[in-house]
Design a protein around this ligand. Structure first.
Ligand code: F0G
Length: 450
């Protein structure tokens, strides 16, 4: 069999991207207060800010869009959507939401109260913020290997089961309304969780009668990692793996903007009838009627098809290989990255890249802005700006949109990162001029230190 793993698709529609000069980028960055979220997207050449909602839809998805039934209640598209979700996830109740954080807000809003504690391998920023918004505490319990960028472990997203047990013992079972597992572990480097770990966490939850929920955004990538890295799963189809994984839980939150292969959408699942009723009541108040949940019928159709496409083996082989291609090419030249490469993104270790910049001067923001200046590449900081004092690492995430960029785009990104690597000693930190009281990284204003 040939070694070259090609994009398993042909390109049918293209979207131009625009070059800017370095002088223009310097000006644009100043105007954006050194916050890449505040840049106009047209001034970005290669946009690796996120893999969320930025993917390319397939011909099958676009065809399904035309089948969208926009009926307010009981739409046919909801039947197709919930059928597709149930086929993979297996949960009894499927509640559509406009994106992942809406599912989080509803779930935590109903199940959590002041003083409660929610363990997770690692909370994503919106997940943490939604837990904290109801005055509960979000606790990260990832294995110690998951906090060491250089440590090469096949399942760095695993939950530290001992730490979970201790946490439950310390705070008391009645203060833990649910346990969450994020697959893959986005904030920790896009690292997978093993099936063995899922089983162990599930056993702890069952023992204490605590519901286990998945933050399932990248469930297909996680399933593929299990297939290629965990004994006993080599010959299983990614869909069978996903089905088994979800069978150990009681529900999930999902952003369909990731492994749903759609530009918008999400859902909340549960097996609990009473909880589902409360969730649907709140949904009607803030999102929409339970058969559309803030989405158009055409969005539901795109997700129904996208979820199944995300589990195709050819796609996943290409997806995981193309992300690793970026990571391996820069790591080979000495650039410090979170090892091994994640599923949806490569994470530069900014503390090791820029040891001269202390966390208080946001080394990962400095590195991200430098990549923009050098080559018009947009990435995102996952570090002290995003998480404040809760930050365990200073990372720059280069997230790869699904089915969007080709290998030559990635070669260009490699070249730019290596240029910045050469001039790393001259890069300075930043200071914060404005911050919001939560999720401050989206709107923060900064300037380079003198
Ligand atoms: N959970 C995880 C693990 C996520 O990565 C995200 C979003 C969410 C929940 C929230 O979903 O955006 O649909 O409301 N992550 C995006 C990212 C934004 O760039 O990683 P959402």
């Amino acid at each position: 069999m040939p070694h070259t793993i090609i994009e398993p698709f042909r390109i049918k529609s293209v979207e131009p991207i625009r070059w800017t000069s370095r002088a223009q980028r310097e000006e644009l960055l100043r105007a954006a207060h050194y916050n890449l979220f505040l840049l106009p997207a047209d001034d970005v050449l290669i946009d690796l800010l996120t893999d969320s909602g930025t993917g390319a839809m397939s011909t099958h998805q676009w065809a399904a869009v035309m089948e969208g039934d926009e009926s307010y209640a009981g739409s046919r598209s909801f039947e197709r959507f919930s059928g597709s979700v149930r086929d993979i996830f297996g949960y009894k109740h499927v509640i559509p939401t406009h994106q992942g954080r809406a599912a989080e807000r509803i779930l935590f809003g109903i199940t959590c109260k002041k003083g409660d504690v929610v363990p997770n391998n690692t909370h994503f920023d919106t997940t943490r913020a939604n837990v904290e918004f109801v005055a509960a505490e979000a606790v990260d319990c990832v294995i110690p290997e998951g906090r060491d960028p250089r440590c090469n472990h096949p399942f760095k997203g695993n939950m530290d089961v001992g730490a979970l047990e201790q946490l439950i013992a310390r705070v008391g079972r009645e203060r833990v309304p649910l346990v969450m597992l994020t697959v893959t572990n986005n904030s920790g480097g896009g690292q997978p969780v093993s099936m063995e770990n899922v089983r162990q966490v599930s056993a702890v939850c069952k023992k204490h009668k605590i519901p286990l929920y998945f933050d399932a955004c990248r469930f297909a990538e996680n399933s593929y990692f299990i297939k290629v890295r965990e004994k006993g799963y080599e010959s299983k189809h990614p869909k069978q793996i996903a089905q088994e994984m979800f069978s150990y839980g009681d529900g999930c939150t999902m952003s369909a903007k990731k492994d749903g292969m759609a530009n918008i959408g999400g859902f909340l699942c549960t097996n609990d009838d009473l909880l589902a009723q409360q969730e649907k009541d709140l949904l009607i108040l803030t999102e929409g009627y339970p058969t559309y949940g803030g989405l158009a019928g055409r969005d539901l159709e795109a997700i129904a098809v996208g979820l199944q496409e995300a589990l195709e083996e050819d796609y996943l082989r290409y997806r995981i290989a193309s992300t690793a291609y970026l990571g391996n090419h820069i790591a080979a030249q000495g650039v410090p990255i979170v090892q091994p490469p994640g599923g949806h993104a490569i994470y530069l270790d900014a503390s090791a890249f820029l040891p001269q910049i202390p966390p208080a001067q946001f080394p990962a923001v400095a590195l991200a802005t430098e990549l923009y200046l050098e080559g018009g590449i947009r990435s995102v900081e996952i570090g002290s700006l995003m998480f404040g004092k809760a930050a365990k690492m200073e990372l720059v995430r280069l997230a790869i949109p699904r089915r969007v960029y080709t290998q030559s785009h990635v070669d260009y990104v490699v070249e730019i990162i290596l240029e910045v690597w050469k001039k790393r000693e001259s890069i300075r930190g930043l200071k914060l001029l404005y911050e919001a009281s939560f999720l401050r990284h989206f709107t923060a204003r900064l300037e380079p230190v003198a």
